[in-house]
Design a protein around this ligand. Structure first.
Ligand code: BG6
Length: 486
C-alpha cells in the first residue's frame, strides 16, 4: 500500500533544508516504505516540475556529497505540488482531487506535515478535517505538528483542543527534533539496556545534573521570531525538558509509545512548583552584547538569549538532586551535553587536590549529544611514576566509531516513524501542556515589573557572569568544556 506525505507550507525553509533532504536520504538507503510520494502545498504557484527543480538545487546543497543524480531523479518522480492557501477552504477540496489522482488507493497511509508558520496550525487542521481529509474511514491519516506548540500553557491547551476537534490524539505527532537525534535515543539505551548504571542513577550517588545546550550562533535572520520567543520558549520548553525527562524517567515496561510517554509525563508532574522568591533564586538570564542591533529585535528588548534554571524533581529517586538546565546563543562553542555529577568520595585517602572545589575530584559521566557524539566517564587514577598523586582520567566512547558514513539527521528517524505510525519519539498532548506548566512561572516572574535588569554578556564565552556566580554560591561549578571533535 502506498504512503503520501502532504507538506503544508511546502515552499518554506524547513522543507528544503530538512524534510526533502531527509526523505531523499531515506529513499537512497531503501528505508522509505515502497511507493512513498510527497505532495507540496503552499501559496507559491509552482508546477510539479518547477518545484522539483527548486528542490534539486536545495537538496544537493543540504545533502552534500551524499547526493547522487540518478537516485535523486528516481526519487523526484514521486514529488508533486499543488498550489493552495491554508485560509481557503476550496483549495482543500482541490487537494482531495489531487490526492485521488496521485494515490493508487484511498486506503493508503497519509501523513500531513504542518511546516507552516504556527499561526496556521489551527486553520490547517480545521480545514483538513472539514474537507474529510482527517477521517480514517479508508486508511491511516496522521498529522505532524512542528514546534512551537503554543507560546504558553493556555495557548497550547487551546491548540490541543482545536487539533482534537479535527484529529484523534492517536493521529497526532508533535515533533521535537531532539528526540530524533541518535545520541538522545542512545541515552535511553544507556539507561535501560545496561545494568551497571541503574544502581547509581539516583540521589544516593548523584549530587546534581547539568543539561547544557550551548550554541555559538547568534540570532541572525530570526530576530523577528526570536524576540517574541526568547530562550525559554525556544529551547527549554521543548528540547531541554525532553533531555531532562529522558535522564530522569523510570524504565517503561515496554518500549511502546504510550508507556514511554507515561513515564516522561510522570517526571514533569513531579517537578516542584516554586514560589515567587524561589523562582528568582532558581534562575539567571542574560542577553548577548549586540542582540539589540539584530534585525527584527526591538531596540529596548529584554528578551533573554541565555538562561539557566534549577529544577527539583520531587520523587523517591531524585529528592534533593538539583537539575540545572542552561542554554544560550553566542556561547563559546556549540555543545549539547548532559553532565551527571556524582558525589565526592566520603573520605579522602590520598589528600584532596583542591579543597575549594569539592567536585573537581568526583566522578562525572558526560553524555555528549552533539556535535561530539559520545560518552565520557571521568574517574581518578594515579599519576604514573608520581607517587600517590592523582589525576582525573577519562574513559571515552565515541558513538559513531563503528558506523559507516555520517549519522542521520534527526528528521530521518522521525519521518520514518510518522510513516510507520510509531509515536514514541513524539510529544503527547499532556506532555506539551505540562512542559509549559514548568516554563510559564519563570516567564511570568521575568516579565514582572520589579524583575531585575537583564545582564549583558560578551558573545564567545559561557554566558553572563551571574551564571558562574550563581553556581559558585551553591558550591558547584558549570562544566564549561568545549568537546574535542575527532
Ligand atoms: C530550534 C531552535 O528548535 O533548535 C533554534 O528554534 C536552535 O533556535 C535549534 O538553534 C537547535 O537545534 P540543533 O539541532 O542545531 O541543536
Amino acid at each position: 500500500m502506498s504512503h503520501t506525505i502532504v507538506i503544508l507550507g511546502a515552499s518554506g525553509d524547513l522543507t528544503s533544508r530538512k524534510l526533502i533532504p531527509a526523505l531523499y536520504s531515506l529513499y537512497r538507503k531503501g528505508r522509505l516504505p515502497e511507493k512513498t510520494q510527497v505532495l507540496g502545498f503552499s501559496r507559491t504557484a509552482y508546477s510539479h516540475e518547477a518545484w522539483r527543480d527548486k528542490l534539486t538545487a536545495s537538496t544537493q546543497e543540504f545533502v552534500g556529497d551524499e547526493f547522487e543524480s540518478d537516485s535523486w531523479q528516481a526519487f523526484a518522480q514521486h514529488i508533486f505540488y499543488q498550489p493552495g492557501d491554508i485560509e481557503n477552504a476550496e483549495d482543500f477540496d482541490k487537494l482531495v482531487v489531487t490526492l485521488a489522482k496521485i494515490e493508487d488507493s484511498p486506503a493508503c497511509t497519509r501523513v500531513y506535515y504542518l511546516s507552516t508558520a504556527p499561526r496556521f496550525y489551527e486553520p490547517a487542521v480545521t480545514r483538513l478535517a472539514a474537507a474529510g481529509l482527517a477521517s480514517e474511514a479508508e486508511g491511516p491519516r496522521r498529522v505532524v505538528i512542528e514546534k512551537p506548540f503554543g507560546t504558553d500553557g493556555a495557548t497550547a491547551h487551546r491548540l490541543n483542543e482545536a487539533v482534537h476537534r479535527a484529529f484523534d490524539e492517536h493521529q497526532v505527532y508533535r515533533i521535537d527534533h531532539y528526540l530524533g537525534k541518535e545520541t538522545v535515543q542512545n541515552l535511553m539505551v544507556l539507561r535501560f539496556a545496561n545494568a551497571i548504571f541503574e544502581p547509581v542513577w539516583n540521589r544516593n550517588y548523584i549530587d546534581h545534573v547539568q543539561i547544557t545546550v550551548a550554541e555559538e550562533v547568534l540570532v541572525g535572520r530570526r530576530g523577528g521570531y526570536y524576540d517574541s520567543a526568547g530562550v525559554l520558549r525556544d529551547m527549554f520548553q521543548n528540547h531541554l525538558l525532553q533531555l531532562l525527562m529522558i535522564t530522569a524517567m523510570e524504565a517503561p515496561v515496554r518500549y511502546e509509545a504510550d508507556l514511554v510517554r507515561d513515564e516522561k509525563v510522570k517526571v514533569l508532574r513531579a517537578i516542584r512548583a516554586l514560589s515567587e522568591d524561589e523562582l528568582c533564586q532558581s534562575s539567571v538570564r542574560g542577553q548577548y552584547r549586540g542582540y539589540l542591533d539584530e534585525p527584527g529585535v526591538a531596540a529596548d528588548s529584554r528578551t533573554p538569549t541565555f538562561a539557566a534554571t534549577r529544577l527539583w524533581i520531587d520523587n523517591w529517586r531524585w529528592q534533593g538532586v538539583p537539575f540545572y538546565l542552561r542554554s544560550g546563543k553566542g556561547m563559546s562553542c556549540r555543545t549539547t551535553q548532559i553532565v551527571i555529577q556524582f558525589v565526592a568520595p566520603p573520605h579522602s585517602l590520598f589528600g584532596n587536590k583542591n579543597k575549594h572545589a569539592q567536585f573537581v575530584d568526583a566522578n562525572r559521566l558526560v553524555i555528549q549529544i552533539q556535535p561530539a557524539e559520545g560518552i565520557q566517564l571521568h574517574f581518578e587514577s594515579k599519576v604514573p611514576d608520581g607517587g600517590m598523586r592523582l589525576r582525573m582520567s577519562e574513559l571515552d566512547f565515541r558513538f559513531a566509531q563503528d558506523a559507516s558514513g555520517r549519522l542521520p539527521d534527526a528528521y530521518q528517524p522521525l519521518l520514518c516513524d510518522a510513516l510507520a505510525g510509531e509515536a514514541s519519539l513524539f510529544a503527547r498532548s499532556d506532555e506539551v501542556e505540562l512542559a509549559w506548566d514548568v516554563i510559564d512561572p519563570f516567564l511570568a516572574s521575568w516579565a514582572a515589573e520589579d524583575s531585575p535588569n537583564i545582564e549583558t554578556y560578551e558573545p564567545g564565552g559561557w554566558g553572563p557572569e551571574c551564571s558562574t556566580r550563581w553556581m559558585r554560591d551553591q558550591g558547584r561549578q558549570w562544566f564549561d568544556t568545549c568537546p574535542v571533535l575527532k
